[in-house]
Each structure stands twice: as C-alpha cells, then as structure tokens.
Design a protein around this ligand. Structure first.
Ligand code: NAD
Ligand code: WQD
Length: 346
C-alpha cells in the first residue's frame, strides 16, 4: 500500500494548525488530526477549511488514553508519519501544576511511541523547545550546546521526551527528528488563523496585540537595564509559518532516508536576536498604532538573551526562514483584529 497520510497531534492548536495548512497547500500528503481541544477549539478546523478549501478530520481524543488512541491507528492503516505537537506548553503553569505536565506530556508521548512500534509508523517528528537548553553561556545556541538543568517542569518534559524518543529508536526501524523551536509568533499571512490564548497571555506578541486593541490597558517591558543594546531582553522570534514549513522539510527528509542517524535534533530559529523594544517598534511601524507600555522590573526566570545558530537546519533540512519581524507583527495584528470583529458579531 502507498502510505501517504500524516497524523498531526495537536492539530487544532497554534503550530499544529499552521502546519496542517502548509501540508494541505504545499504537498500531496493527506492529513488527520488528533486533538482533545484542552487548549484549543474545533473552530480551528473551520479556519483551516477557509484558507485551504479542505476539511480535516480531527479525533477529539486524549492521547493519554491508549485504547482510544489505538482506534486511530486501526482506522488509518496508511500513516506514513506522525508530527507530534500535542502537549501543554505554559512554563509558569507547569511550575504550579508539575504533575499535570508530567502526566499529559509524557504519557501522551509514551502511548504514541507504543503505537508507532505496534503499527510501524516509521517517521516521527517531535515538537521540542529551546527551553531544553536552560541558561546558556554562549550564543548563538547550536545543537551541540549542552542541555543544562531544566528551568521548569515544562522544559523538563521536553528534555525527557527527547531522551525517550532517542532511546526508543535505537532498537527498531523508526526514524525521528526533534525540532527545538525558539519563539514562534505571528499568524497565517491571510490573518485568518492564529493563536487564540484562552487565558490572559504572558507571551510578548499576544500581549502586544491585545494592548494595541485595548484588551490590556498598558503592557510592561520586563527589564530595561540588561546588558543588551537597548537594555531589554533578546529573543529569536520566528514566524509560525516558517516553523510549519520546517516540519514538511523534516518529514520529507526522513521519508527519503536522508537522515544519518535514527534520531536527530534541529534548532528552528531565524538566527536574529531581537530586543523587546525592537519588537514593539516593529509592531508600531506595521500597525500604525502607538503602544501603551511602561518599562518595568525584570520578570523572574527570564534569560537575558537567546538566539539560534541556524547552520545545521539550513544544511541538512534545506530549510531557512523567509519571514521577518515585520511580517510576524503584521500577521499577528491582522489576526487580532479578526478576533475582535468575530467577538463583536457574536
Ligand atoms: P497549543 O496549545 O496551541 O497546541 C497544542 C494542542 O495539543 C492543543 O490544541 C491541545 O488541545 C492539544 N493537546 C494537548 N494535550 C493533549 C492530549 N493529551 N491529547 C490530545 N490533544 C492534546 O500549543 P502550540 O503553541 O501549538 O505548541 C505545539 C507544540 O510546540 C507543543 O508541544 C509545545 O510544547 C511546542 N512548543 C511551542 C512553543 C510556543 O511558544 N508556542 C515553543 C516551543 C515549543
Ligand atoms: C519574550 C520576551 C519577556 C511579555 C517562552 C517559553 C519558551 C517557549 C517560548 C515553549 C521576554 C518579554 C513578555 C510581556 C515583556 N515556549 N515580555 N512583556 O519567555 O522567551 O519563552 O515562550 O516552549 O519555553 O519560556 O517568551 O514571549 O514570554 O517573552 O517584556 O508582557 O518578552 O520578558 O524577554 P519566552 P515570552
């Protein structure tokens, strides 16, 4: 049988949905999703359909339930690969609810790997995070940078997840890639799909767009006296569509057998460090909106600066980012405005 279907876990979430859109628009793969909607909404399936003209089937199943998850594998015998996004992802929440994070992120992965083995779905991509590096002393961060002690239970679930996969693929036919994302931001370039934080956001870009639209009266820039070019922290913001495209590259790379090892790791960043104040300026430029912000105390747990070395992903996966900070801000702004219109229409 010609296996041509990809199972995307967490397909109704932020990065999963953007990846599904790119798969549908750029490839011949079929896609199904499994997402129990614990941090997303089934509306995302409508948004995907509006952009691509295609309806994706989502199994609203908890991946921590092995028996139910197995039904997906029984029904879909033509899976060529899995892209595993589903996880809880809030760093501060994981500090308060560590068991929830260990339970959800690790049991879901464990179940999937059992089924990967049983049903021989041999190409596996895992969403990891630059948070696995912890506090780094040398920039930019490359894949050889040693992992230091995780700063949060969330980051630790990613470190453990990577080890589980690495150990697992040693004794079977499965090939896996872990992609360590830096700071994914922005929305689909049409403005028709994006991140829709259920609670008050803590990440910079949703805070910026919610401030601009008036949901947040005034935002804080956490730290203005760091040893950086303008005193604010530096991050490697990367457009979610560039991240999405990297998954297609990585999946084809595995399917075509271009990998040298059965488990490989790649950073996904732009290589450009951007300060908080530069991000704000970029937003103001593309939106024409003056942001109401104040310079505030440092946020506990923040690292001063982190950005990626992009050499390996460029050389091996043949992937490089195309969208810049202004594209990220312009798309996030379009999306925020659509959310407001939808709210008014309700
Ligand atoms: P998201 O919360 O928008 O999407 C994750 C989806 O997984 C959600 O729709 C949620 O309902 C689903 N899910 C969670 N646990 C599940 C379970 N047990 N069974 C079924 N579905 C489940 O998050 P995102 O931003 O799209 O992140 C995707 C992946 O990328 C996550 O693994 C995250 O840790 C990783 N990541 C995200 C970022 C970021 O800043 N967004 C950065 C680095 C890594
Ligand atoms: C970016 C910068 C803040 C809000 C987190 C996770 C990481 C990864 C990505 C999952 C920092 C500053 C923010 C605000 C601000 N996620 N900021 N005012 O902390 O780099 O990374 O998301 O894997 O693991 O830790 O992202 O967007 O929260 O912050 O000044 O209201 O913006 O201090 O310098 P972070 P962020």
């Amino acid at each position: 049988m010609n296996k041509n279907k990809i199972l995307v876990t967490g397909g109704c979430g932020y990065i999963g949905s953007h990846t599904i859109i790119e798969i549908l628009e750029q490839t011949d793969f079929e896609v199904i999703s499994v997402d129990n909607l614990m941090n997303s909404s089934a509306d995302t399936l409508d948004r995907i359909e509006k952009i691509t003209g295609k309806r994706v089937k989502n199994y609203a199943i908890d991946l921590c339930d092995l028996a139910k998850t197995e039904e997906i594998f029984k029904e879909n015998t033509d899976l060529v690969g899995i892209i595993h996004f589903a996880a809880l992802k809030s760093v501060p929440e994981s500090v308060f609810k560590p068991l929830l994070y260990y339970h959800n992120n690790l049991n879901s992965l464990l179940n999937l790997l059992k089924l990967v083995e049983k049903y021989q779905v041999n190409n596996f991509i895992f969403s990891s995070s630059c948070s696995v590096y912890g506090n780094v002393s040398k920039l930019p961060v490359n894949e050889q940078t040693p992992l230091s002690i995780a700063e949060s239970p969330y980051a630790y679930t990613k470190q453990i997840g990577e080890v589980m996969i690495k150990d697992f693929v040693k004794n079977n036919e499965v090939k896996a890639v872990a992609l360590r994302y830096f700071n994914p931001v922005g929305a689909h370039i049409s403005g028709l799909n994006g991140e829709n934080p259920i609670n008050r956001p803590s990440n910079l870009v949703p805070v910026i767009t919610q401030t601009a639209i008036g949901i947040i009266p005034e935002m804080s820039v956490y730290g203005y006296d760091y040893d950086t070019r303008d005193g604010s922290c530096i991050r490697d913001y990367i457009h979610v569509t560039d991240i999405a495209k990297a998954h297609i590259k990585a999946m084809n790379y595995l399917i075509e057998g271009k990998n040298e090892a059965s488990y490989e790791v790649y950073n996904l960043g732009t290589g450009n460090g951007i300060t908080v104040l530069e991000a704000i300026k970029a937003f103001e430029k593309v939106s024409g909106v003056k942001l109401n912000y104040k310079l505030a105390e440092r946020r506990p747990g923040d690292v001063v600066a982190i950005y990626s070395d992009t050499t390996l992903s460029e050389q091996k996966l043949g992937w490089r980012t195309k969208l810049n900070i202004e594209d990220m801000m312009a798309s996030a702004w379009k999306w925020q405005q659509l959310l407001l219109e939808e709210k008014k229409a309700k």
